[in-house]
Write a protein that binds this ligand. Structure first.
Ligand code: HEC
Ligand code: HEC
Ligand code: HEC
Ligand code: HEC
Ligand code: HEC
Length: 607
């Protein structure tokens, strides 16, 4: 059942099967839903007097303050029984979930509105006259993002743990890298320029023109750091890495790459009504420390994309390209994937689309600051653009980011049933571990590796093909410190290495693999100030000098000739290795992440 096809559920909002969750009558009042025909919305599984049943057919009208709402989705909660209002706002529902002797909740939703609902009690005498006259009034979403909003707390618990009191996703999210993004030591050390022990690196030496010089070899150096280069600027890292800090007051009024671009600041103002730039992504407390938290993602109601490119505007990373709906005092709103929830929620089709992830998974970073403007900058994060540009973005035959990274969860509820969650057995709920490179099953099914070994006289011909047939973007993608290495080793009897005669070898920056037969896949940036290549200091003036990553559906073929005398046996070992950060950088920082083997093949070459 959980293996139901993706896509199907995305086309239509879903329904559920069970009965009314308790204790949401307060929500009814808040939503301004007219519970016209019911007295009792607060109890579940109400059994009415003998002979009192709901009609098998009900009809009514969905309206808002302005008038009838056409195209609203009306549903018998707990069932897939669903219809859409006609141009006059009228609807008729027949069949599943109706006709029984229990209280039934009927929900309605239309774009830009909260889900509205009404509870129908069979005991209400109005039913004796037939099932007509059900009225559901929809409340429009508020339009102003309240930057003074205090993030959700429940029973004294704040942050994502508060969601975990009722929602099963909490444990999954704890394992998600998004949950760690504000405290991730790799991020912090790159931002600060320290190593993992917190030792500060040397301040960047600048030329008279404000360009950085290479580090002083006589001083300790722990790799690059945004703050070493920009001791007075907060930078834009917070817009993606610590978005929950959004309501931290921003007195600096800085633009995306520092305090220099007024144009961007203005655009940020109009887009979001707030200006996040200038937030330091370190030293945060409370929910700010949670990185990409539950409530943050579920308060995003829209994303702003450039209609010409369909991509985020380059100078509006992360939160600057997102429309947040933080409610006014006393109200609440979460966006979700269900249309029949009797809570202060709204259904958001965007949540199931890749565009939802675009603002943070597309980023132009760095550039030269001058004349009050930032120019240049390298497109370093682009998993969204790579996906968009590929066959994966085909709505019929493709897959979304969520399809691969948030696959169907093996569950029938989001809220624990004892907390009022409704069990829906034909709805796809989504895993929130956001499986990534630390998920080996994902890594092992990312690409296809095929190798052959053929004798040719005193030579062994090894042909290797790597095809990115299963990853929705480049391999590797996003962070430019990533690399994937194809490593080919041929050994003779007693494991003695057989030498390469012809074929590609791994570049110096692969460190321990440098010079070995193989090929590297990476986006290599050059620091235009110091010439360092590859550099991870992506915020500097950098140029992409080489991009050997495997685009979706691209294949890379490599041919190697080894000197293997006829008649001598050998073993060919072909490996594809993912490395989170260039080796030298990892050593400077003191990061200690093991390489990940994505694929491996061993071929025995007989005598
Ligand atoms: C990175 C953003 C992000 C974070 C963080 C996040 N979610 Fe979600 N959530 C989503 C997306 C996207 C979907 C919809 C997936 C789809 O439809 O393909 C979703 C779906 C849901 C749903 C609807 C049911 C379902 O499974 O589809 C609930 C409820 C939910 N999330 C709760 C939570 C809770 C609780 C947390 C924290 C413990 C959380 N989310 C953290 C993005 C996020
Ligand atoms: C608010 C910005 C933001 C949004 C929205 C966002 N991400 Fe991310 N994502 C990040 C950041 C920052 C990281 C890096 C976290 C870290 O490693 O510290 C990340 C990391 C990831 C990873 C890597 C996980 C790993 O361990 O390798 C995956 C996969 C991912 N995101 C997928 C998604 C998908 C899919 C969506 C949309 C449903 C999404 N993200 C939405 C900011 C975001
Ligand atoms: C446009 C959004 C965005 C901006 C702006 C941004 N990042 Fe990121 N960052 C991400 C995403 C998404 C990932 C995860 C991508 C991946 O796993 O390859 C990430 C990953 C990283 C990582 C790797 C973390 C790990 O665990 O391997 C580091 C380090 C990092 N970012 C540093 C920075 C710094 C420093 C800045 C500011 C100069 C910055 N980022 C600005 C989106 C952003
Ligand atoms: C007191 C319990 C409780 C707490 C705490 C709570 N929720 Fe919920 N939430 C619910 C219930 C009940 C529903 C309706 C579930 C159903 O119909 O199955 C719901 C529904 C939702 C939905 C709509 C699901 C959909 O697919 O449309 C989202 C999104 C959501 N919650 C997010 C959150 C987030 C994020 C937090 C923490 C900030 C949170 N909730 C805290 C009880 C809770
Ligand atoms: C067809 C499946 C598929 C789709 C669609 C997909 N991904 Fe991935 N993603 C993968 C696989 C497999 C990996 C692991 C291999 C790798 O890291 O390249 C991965 C890795 C990642 C990573 C880890 C980064 C890294 O260091 O390589 C991020 C971040 C990510 N995906 C984000 C996204 C976003 C954002 C989208 C949508 C725009 C998306 N993915 C769409 C399959 C997919």
């Amino acid at each position: 059942m959980r293996a139901r096809m993706r896509g199907k559920t995305r086309l239509k909002p879903r329904a559920d099967r069970a009965a009314l969750p308790p204790a949401f009558s307060a929500g009814v009042a808040l939503l301004g839903v007219v519970a016209a025909l019911t007295a009792c919305a607060g109890q579940s599984h109400v059994r009415s007097g003998v002979g009192q049943s709901l009609p098998h057919t009900i009809s009514g009208v969905v309206s808002n303050a302005v008038g009838p709402v056409a195209g609203a989705i009306v549903q018998v909660q707990g069932t897939p029984n669903q219809t859409t209002t006609r141009s006059d706002g009228a609807f008729t529902l027949h069949g599943q979930g109706l006709g029984g002797n229990r209280v039934v909740t009927v929900t309605a939703w239309a774009e830009d509105h909260f889900v509205g609902w009404v509870s129908l009690d069979p005991a209400n005498p109005v039913w004796q006259a037939g099932g007509a006259g059900v009225q559901i009034t929809l409340k429009p979403l508020y339009t102003v993002d309240n930057t003074a909003y205090k993030w959700f707390t429940f029973e004294g618990v704040s942050g994502s743990a508060s969601c975990g009191i009722c929602h099963r996703e909490y444990e999954e999210w704890q394992a998600d890298a998004h949950a760690q993004s504000a405290v991730n030591p790799r991020f912090i050390t790159m931002y600060r320029g320290t190593n993992v022990a917190g030792q500060p690196g040397q301040p960047t030496r600048l030329t008279a023109h404000g360009q950085a010089l290479p580090p002083d070899p006589s001083q300790p150096y722990y790799g690059p750091g945004f703050r070493l280069d920009n001791p007075d600027r907060a930078g834009n890292c917070a817009t993606c890495h610590t978005p929950v800090a959004a309501n931290t007051p921003n007195d600096k009024n800085c633009a995306w790459s520092g305090c220099h671009t007024s144009a961007t600041a203005e655009r940020a103002q109009t887009a979001n009504g707030l200006n996040l730039q200038g937030i330091m992504p370190v030293g945060l407390m409370g929910i700010g420390e949670e990185g990409v938290a539950c409530e943050f993602c579920h308060k995003v109601g829209n994303v702003i994309l450039d209609p010409a490119t369909k991509l985020p505007y380059p100078d509006m990373p992360g939160i600057l390209s997102m429309k947040l709906y933080r409610p006014p005092e006393g109200q609440q709103l979460f966006f979700g994937t269900l249309v029949d929830v009797s809570r202060r929620v709204s259904y958001l089709p965007l949540q199931s689309q890749s565009a939802f992830c675009a603002p943070c998974h597309f980023g132009v970073i760095g550039g030269v600051v001058g004349n009050g403007m930032v120019s240049g900058g390298a497109l370093v994060y682009n998993s969204y653009g790579e996906w968009l540009n590929s066959a994966w973005s085909d709505p019929q035959t493709g897959k979304t980011c969520q399809n691969c990274h948030m696959p169907a969860a093996d569950t029938v509820y989001t809220v624990f049933p004892e907390k009022g969650g409704i069990q829906r057995d034909y709805v796809t709920y989504h895993q929130h571990t956001m499986r990534g490179v630390s998920d080996l099953t994902l890594m092992w099914s990312a690409v296809t590796l095929t190798s052959t070994a053929t004798r040719q006289g005193d030579a062994l011909q090894v042909n290797v093909q790597v095809t990115n047939d299963k990853t929705g973007h480049n391999v590797p993608t996003d962070q430019p410190m990533r690399s994937v290495m194809l490593v080919v080793e041929v050994s003779g009897p007693e494991g003695r290495p057989v030498s390469l005669q012809r074929g590609p070898t791994l570049p110096d920056w692969t460190g321990n693999y440098a010079g070995q037969p193989g090929r590297a896949f990476a986006q290599v940036l050059r620091d235009e100030w110091t010439g360092e290549t590859p550099t991870a200091a992506m915020w500097r003036d950098t140029t992409v000098v080489e991009d050997t990553r495997l685009a979706p559906f691209a294949a890379s073929a490599s041919n190697f000739t080894f000197a293997l005398p006829a008649g001598r046996p050998a073993t060919v070992k072909v490996r594809l290795i993912y490395r989170r950060a260039f080796q030298q950088l990892a050593q400077q920082k003191g990061w200690n992440d093991p390489d990940i083997t994505m694929a491996e093949q061993v071929i025995a070459v007989e005598q």
